[in-house]
Write a protein that binds this ligand. Structure first.
Ligand code: SR1
Ligand code: MG
Length: 400
């Protein structure tokens, strides 16, 4: 892998993406085809294919694609993304795509093609179950967190990494879109008029706004571990025997509970959407039960793996002191429940929605489920301290 500085930035055409792959010799075949397959909010994604081989060329645009050129956005996110993938590969090589080439001037990362996988959100909307998903995400979150925490790294190395993963513009998106705008009458919000009374109730809920503000402050100030930063089900590729976490362009040092909170929130949103997607009552119950098990297993795997690493590999003298790990995990769990509540609300009424709910064609059903999501999110934020086990969390989701 090389990091080569090319002349200057320009958004690639299909032909240029293909030529880049050819010139780098990343595919040995001569007959290649290319298509732009990006369906995310921010970047160009080209798939370059030969007869037997294919790679993905991902290029950051100097603006947020979802809004357009009026929203400029740093190209440095491509460097952050490739560095985060390379960093994660040290600890969970089986859970991230292989990075084949990076170019920080073109803001390009070329990586392994994962077309044999499906985006988890799509598979879950189709009511599929993935036996490895919970365990893999729990391991991913625990290892990438522990090995970048002060319990493992020398303080100099930790602070060097915090600097190199400083990601102010992408963090600002999360600070605004997840933690601020949905709690105010802000122009980025996006919801049908039928939901206005429910949304106005959120905006006028002083306790909810205070607690959302406190969670935002944790996100702003707690540089605990290197996070993926956007660990929703659209950032995960799955198939029966493999899970791959992609898209860590929001990576930064933040609170330990954030990635897990975002992941379980997106599973909870899928759970709600199954009232529609899974039409047969028996299948629905089975699908929804599996989703709640996914949430439970994710947290338990995370907790067990983080605890194991803490006991076996911690370099911090206080790691052996009674109560330090227990206290850290309790706080992390409470934060994760609160972050999950914020994610549920923002994916329902904020700028970037989820297809789980938005693809429901019957607007009455969609609004009914969105109301449930808003109530669930608000109650998780306000009463997160009284949710002390993951089973209490899943019973809140079940009762929503
Ligand atoms: C303008 S970006 C909107 C959302 O897309 C990304 O995936 C993040 O979730 C961000 O909040
Ligand atoms: Mg993304």
């Amino acid at each position: 892998m090389t990091t080569a500085a090319k002349a200057e930035y320009k958004a690639l055409t299909n032909e240029e993406a293909e030529a880049l792959v050819k010139n780098l010799g990343l595919i040995s075949e001569t007959e290649l085809s290319v298509s732009e397959i990006g369906d995310g909010n921010l970047n160009l994604v080209f798939k370059v294919t030969g007869v037997n081989e294919s790679v993905i060329v991902k290029q950051a645009l100097p603006y947020a694609k979802v809004v357009g050129e009026s929203w400029p956005l740093t190209l440095d996110r491509a460097r952050i993304e490739s560095d985060a993938l390379i960093h994660a590969a040290k600890y969970v090589p089986h859970l991230v795509p292989k990075v084949l080439y990076t170019d920080s001037i073109l803001a390009v990362t070329i990586m392994e093609d994962l077309s044999s996988h499906t985006i988890a959100r799509k598979g879950l909307i189709e009511s599929n179950a993935y036996a490895l998903l919970a365990r893999d995400i729990g391991i991913f979150a625990a290892r990438t967190a522990f090995y970048t925490s002060d319990f493992y790294l020398h303080p100099f190395e930790k602070k060097r990494l915090v600097q190199s993963f400083s990601n102010p513009e992408l963090c600002k998106i999360t600070e605004d879109l997840v933690f601020t705008d949905p709690f105010f009458d802000h122009e980025t919000n996006d919801f049908p008029e039928e939901l206005r009374p429910d949304v106005e109730q959120l905006w006028s809920d002083a306790e909810l706004c205070r607690e959302a503000g406190l969670l935002k402050y944790q996100f702003l100030t707690q540089a605990e571990v290197l996070l993926h930063g956007d660990l929703h089900t659209g950032s995960i590729f799955v198939k029966e025997d493999s899970t791959k976490v992609i898209d860590p362009e929001f990576a930064f040092f933040g609170p330990l509970g954030f990635d897990i909170g975002q992941f379980i929130a997106n599973i909870a949103l899928n759970y709600l959407s199954q009232h529609h997607h899974s039409q047969e009552p028996f299948n629905r119950k089975e699908t929804q039960d599996k989703l709640l098990k996914t949430i439970e297993e994710t947290w338990k795997t995370f907790e067990n793996e983080f605890s194991r690493l803490f006991r076996e590999e911690s370099t911090e003298p206080f790691a052996g002191t009674d109560g330090v790990l227990e206290n850290l995990l309790e706080k992390t769990f409470t934060d994760a429940i609160g972050f999950a509540g914020c994610e549920i609300i923002r994916r329902t009424i904020g700028l970037a929605h989820v297809a789980d709910l938005d693809s429901i064609s019957c607007s009455d059903v969609q609004h009914y489920l969105k109301r449930k999501a808003l109530k669930l999110g608000a109650s998780l934020i306000k009463t997160r301290s009284s949710v002390t086990t993951i089973e209490q969390f899943t019973s809140r989701v079940r009762g929503a």
